[in-house]
Design a protein around this ligand. Structure first.
Ligand code: SF4
Length: 281
């Protein structure tokens, strides 16, 4: 049985950077606390917990004995200020792609313009970005929600980094009808999610079974599974190699593997090793 890995898989740039920054702080002997779980992967969170990294919910759970880590989603300027006051040190692991959206929003608000951010209002990334344009920003899920906005002044339109392009373009078009000037539309979608989905899609058509490695609460892993299922009926989401059911691989000659953007390499390697063992049986 041949085991084939998708061309793009696993940790995205921003998540890998956040984990590396956290580990560097640990190596320097710091007591590390992340503001919210660092990534959406249960096994990697367990591993970090064993190394001494735990999560806090709010800045007031930190004090001068800890190094606080801001995860890749970023936070509002108020939360960053509070952390800086309370913690011994703050490591800002906000993904640079998210920082770009925060800066664009901040600049537009300083110019007295409205900011429309297309994304999920409850997502931490969106809460953070909105905080950079207080009293000027609106977060909308899609074009239908633009209808409810007040008249917009010289708006900037940006997107959550993981949004679908179609949703963003439709919302930007709807903003145009509400604006007193031509909106400034900046596509801030990051390619990591799309690249993983495109690579999985192209491999799924060539294999007999497909494994997506990721946590069930990781939305990008669940989306990868949906993409694989379109091409390969025997597609499964697994968190670890222990969830591989040999019976699912009966008669399979080629097996595809991919992993969500929060899945660490060590988990991927364990799954590949297990599949190769089964392939030799
Ligand atoms: S998905 Fe993109 S924007 Fe989000 S953390 Fe990863 S690289 Fe950064």
């Amino acid at each position: 049985m041949e085991v084939l890995l998708a061309n793009e898989y696993g940790f995205c740039f921003g998540v890998e950077r956040a984990v590396e920054m956290t580990e560097e702080a640990l190596q320097q002997g710091a007591t590390v606390r992340t503001l919210g779980p660092l990534i959406h992967n249960t096994q990697e969170i367990y591993r970090l917990t064993r190394e001494g990294v735990t999560a806090v919910e709010t800045p007031d759970e930190t004090d001068k004995s800890v190094t606080a880590v801001i995860r890749a989603h970023g936070v509002t300027p108020e939360v960053q200020r509070e952390l800086t006051e309370r913690a011994a040190q703050v490591i800002d692991a906000t993904c640079p792609f998210v920082t770009r959206v925060q800066r664009l929003a901040s600049r537009a608000a300083a110019q007295g313009r409205h900011v429309v951010v297309v994304g999920s209002p409850d997502h931490p990334e969106m809460i953070g970005v909105k905080g950079y344009a207080p009293d000027h920003a609106f977060v909308v899920r899609d074009a239908s929600e633009v209808e409810n906005l007040p008249p917009l002044h010289a708006p900037l339109v940006v997107s959550q980094t993981t949004l679908k392009l179609k949703t963003f373009l439709e919302a930007a078009e709807a903003v145009r009808a509400k604006a007193d000037k031509e909106p400034e539309v900046v596509n801030t979608i990051c390619s990591a999610t799309r690249d993983r989905q495109d690579a999985a899609r192209s491999l799924a058509g060539e294999v007999d079974a497909f494994y997506v490695i990721g946590s069930r609460h990781s939305s990008n892993s669940m989306k990868l599974l949906a993409v694989c299922k379109e091409q390969c009926e025997r597609s499964f989401l697994i968190e670890t190699q222990d969830e591989i059911n040999e019976a699912d691989l009966a008669d399979a000659e080629r097996v595809g593997v991919t992993a969500g953007a929060s899945t660490p390499n060590w988990l991927i390697e364990q799954v590949i090793e297990r599949l190769r063992e089964i392939g030799k049986l």
